[in-house]
Design a protein around this ligand. Structure first.
Ligand code: FAD
Length: 340
């Protein structure tokens, strides 16, 4: 993994001249070094901004062997994508700090970010802290997450095309995912793990598409002696060998910062942003999975870029304005700031 390219600048490290020049340690703090945060930090770096990137740990797809559907890097190891993303920040004034942002406080015209090693003052904040997957409580399932248990057809459908597959889910979402997965295989079972909430019409859909329905309660999953296989052990003692199981997990914010900052969330708990990635709080942008955006590496990286450009436009506006010059309307101007 690439090492931080610059040394973290704490207020005590700064000279008097630094302080007189700017009351801030960084132009922007990017919190989270997944695809969205890395992409945002890159864009801000190329814009000659002084950036602090907080790397709180592995990206969401760290359990996967390969990331699919990633333009020019299809099939790359997710951790190598991250390492490359960090390496490409090296030419720029981007400081990468390992560890989580513990707290953020609103300050006059900026924010104070608390880290394990101290506090820094930043002009703008870009959150890219991602989501956490809440997997069903089936023994042995978590251990197979990213190996033979998946959630996303576009990520893991191709390696499992025409394979013996199951979808695990007992209601609307299981039905929806099962119908989708028929595009990748003819050999599909919907496992409901006990009583289901399927309607008569949904059952007919399964029959029409030749999707088997198995409602038996599941005891556990094992690997049948091969890491790339999933053996379903039913409570009645029977087993079913599969090449992969797909499911649609519940999710929640990986970080409590959006709640603590009081950002506006949608009914699924995602941070609400406008088309520039602006949140409901002036000076804070959010990008990637943590917003309602499509959950893919490329989408997260693209959202990080859009948010970074918007954030930088407000800095340009502020700086130009400071010299008494006129600039086109800031994306952060009164009526646009919190428009969602
Ligand atoms: C098993 C699996 C396989 C997948 N496969 C694919 C695939 O093949 N192709 C594809 O396109 N997509 C895939 N995805 C989806 C993809 O991983 C996500 O869409 C993408 O990682 C989202 O990027 P992100 O930057 O928004 O969030 P994340 O990747 O979740 O990154 C968020 C980062 O923020 C950090 N963080 C959280 N809180 C803090 C804090 N307080 N301070 C500092 N850092 C913090 C986290 O540690 C994490 O590193 C997969 C997902 C999973 C779960």
């Amino acid at each position: 993994m690439a090492q931080p390219s610059h040394t973290l600048q704490l207020p005590s490290d700064q000279t008097e001249a630094d302080h007189q020049r700017s009351p801030y340690d960084y132009d922007a703090a990017v919190i989270g070094a997944g695809p969205a945060g890395l992409s945002a930090a890159l864009v801000l770096g190329t814009a000659r901004r002084r950036v602090l990137l907080l790397d709180g740990g592995p990206p969401r797809n760290a359990a996967a062997q390969a990331a699919h559907g990633v333009f020019t890097r299809d099939g790359a190891d997710p951790l190598s994508l991250k390492a490359e993303g960090l390496r490409q920040l090296e030419p720029y004034d981007v400081t990468v700090e390992q560890g989580a942002a513990r707290q953020v406080r609103l300050a006059e015209d900026g924010f104070v970010v608390r880290l394990a090693v101290g506090e820094v003052r930043v002009r703008r904040l870009l959150l890219a802290t991602g989501l956490e997957d809440l997997l069903p409580a089936v023994n042995g399932l978590r251990e197979r997450w990213g190996e033979s248990v998946h959630h996303c057809p576009y990520c893991d459908g191709w390696p499992n095309r025409e394979a013996q597959l199951a979808v695990l889910g007992s209601h609307q979402e299981g039905h929806h995912l099962a119908l989708s997965m028929r595009a990748w295989t003819d050999h599909l079972t919907l496992l409901t793990n006990g009583p289901d909430e399927l309607t008569a019409e949904q059952r007919r859909d399964l029959q029409r598409l030749d999707i088997a329905l198995d409602t038996r309660p599941i005891l556990r999953l094992s690997d049948a002696g091969r890491a790339d296989l999933a053996r379903v052990h039913f409570r009645d003692g029977d087993t079913l060998d599969l090449e992969a199981v797909f499911l649609n997990p519940q999710q929640r914010q990986r970080s409590n910062l959006p709640h603590r900052l009081g950002l506006q969330l949608d009914d699924k708990g995602r941070v609400q942003v406008n088309e520039h990635g602006m949140t409901s709080l002036r000076g804070i942008w959010a990008a990637g999975d943590m917003t309602g955006a499509p959950q893919y590496v490329m989408s997260a990286a693209a959202a990080g870029q859009v948010a970074a450009v918007s954030l930088n436009a407000t800095l340009i506006h502020e700086d130009v304005h400071g010299y008494g010059a006129a600039f086109h309307e800031s994306p952060e101007s009164e009526d646009k700031g919190a428009e969602l």
